[in-house]
Design a protein around this ligand. Structure first.
Ligand SMILES: Nc1ncnc2c1ncn2[C@@H]1O[C@H](COP(=O)(O)OP(=O)(O)OP(=O)(O)O)[C@@H](O)[C@H]1O
Ligand SMILES: [Mg+2]
Length: 348
């Protein structure tokens, strides 16, 4: 009863602290915050701009188009915090936005990439505590993704997930609620955007921003030949004349641009399968690979992987919220999942 009351006054928070997007989920309510991980700052003083406009969606619109005096930055890169102060400011904003009570401190579970170091973990704990969290726990993004995807990760059977985020791709084979083999590579959606920027420079003599590259990736990007190929219009600056102009790029061309980073991701997945015991590898032939994270939304990525790996591949429903939903499930059944979590109050 007391627990229910506390939960109502000051709900526990599940946070997916992502390179590209940060999500907060609450038990019974689902995802309550879903915003880009971006903070806008005054340049000289490094003060966060006026409350409410400085974090998330509005700040993302400022990325790459700010006047001299303002800068918009992402506090995380490659899945880890690169600017602690800003990460704290961002967490504080999101925690306040999802808390109803200012005095009680919410318990928080944060999903982090499997590959982060103890020092990086400590930094996440400290940022969250200073941002107003009570007890803080960390969970592996892959485990959260598996739980969110509804995989039977507690069973003595292999479940394989690959979460393609903005900064990292996390690949894991889980069994009996533990990670059996995993790999975290610092290649994700951002790298795909960079590859498009590079391609446009090389083949179109056009300099474009990463935001424009992301837009064409979403509009016409694919990993496998499409039934109906697409085109996207892009604006940039001619690298020779320096004049702004438009160009039309086809989905075949974007596929060519994405070939290399996608091959790296495929290679990492293959490496994980090769490393696991034969019994578990045999399970995967039946259970297959489940894709989560925003990168899973790239057209035909399941077909590309199926073709190269020879196992069934499935994209979860709503891949952008899988980790946040899985983290919320952990929080709801904390005693059941305690072994899967790392507690900020214990030594790392
Ligand atoms: N329709 C789409 N097609 C391809 N990519 C997409 C699509 N929609 C979103 N993305 C990409 O998904 C990425 C963001 O995914 P997600 O929110 O899962 O990352 P994140 O959790 O913030 O990052 P990380 O887990 O690496 O810290 C971005 O790179 C974005 O461009
Ligand atoms: Mg993520």
């Amino acid at each position: 009863m007391l627990h229910r009351l506390r939960q109502w006054i000051c709900p526990d928070l599940a946070i997916d602290l992502g390179t590209a997007n940060t999500l907060v989920a609450i038990q019974d309510e689902g995802v309550v915050v879903n915003e880009p991980s971006v903070v806008a700052l005054e340049k000289g003083t490094r003060r966060v701009l006026g409350r409410g406009t400085a974090v998330g969606k509005l700040a993302k619109q400022m990325l790459g188009r700010t006047p001299e005096s303002i800068t918009a930055v992402r506090p995380l890169a490659d899945g880890v915090i690169t600017d602690f102060e800003l990460c704290e400011a961002m967490l504080e904003y999101f925690i306040n936005k999802s808390s109803r009570h200012r005095l009680l401190k919410p318990r928080v579970v944060i999903a982090v990439p499997g590959g982060i170091t103890p020092v990086e973990k400590r930094a996440v704990f400290n940022s969250a505590e200073r941002a107003g969290a009570g007890r803080v726990y960390l969970i592996d993004e892959s485990k959260a993704a598996g739980i969110g995807a509804g995989l039977p990760i507690s069973e003595p059977m292999a479940s394989m997930v690959c979460d393609i985020g903005g900064g990292t791709t996390e690949i894991a084979i889980l069994s009996l609620a533990q990670t059996v083999v995993s790999r975290s590579i610092r290649i994700g959606g951002d790298e795909l955007d960079e590859a498009i920027v590079e391609y446009m420079k090389q083949h179109f003599s056009l300099r474009i921003g990463t935001q424009a590259a992301e837009a064409i990736k979403i509009e016409a990007g694919s990993a496998f030949p499409l039934d109906g190929e697409r085109t996207a219009e892009v604006r940039g600056v001619d690298t020779i004349s320096g004049v702004p102009r438009k160009a039309v790029v086809t989905s075949e061309e974007i596929r060519e641009a994405l070939r290399e980073p996608l091959a790296t991701i495929l290679g990492a997945i293959r490496g994980v399968i090769e490393q696991c015991q034969p019994e578990l590898a045999a399970d995967i032939v039946d259970t297959g690979l489940v894709l989560t994270g925003g990168g899973a939304m790239l057209r035909g990525i399941d077909r590309l992987m199926n073709e190269h790996l020879g196992v069934p591949v499935r994209v979860v429903e709503d891949p952008l919220t899988t980790v946040a939903r899985g983290t919320a499930i952990c929080l709801e059944h904390l005693s059941q999942w305690r072994d899967a979590l790392e507690d900020g109050d214990s030594d790392l």
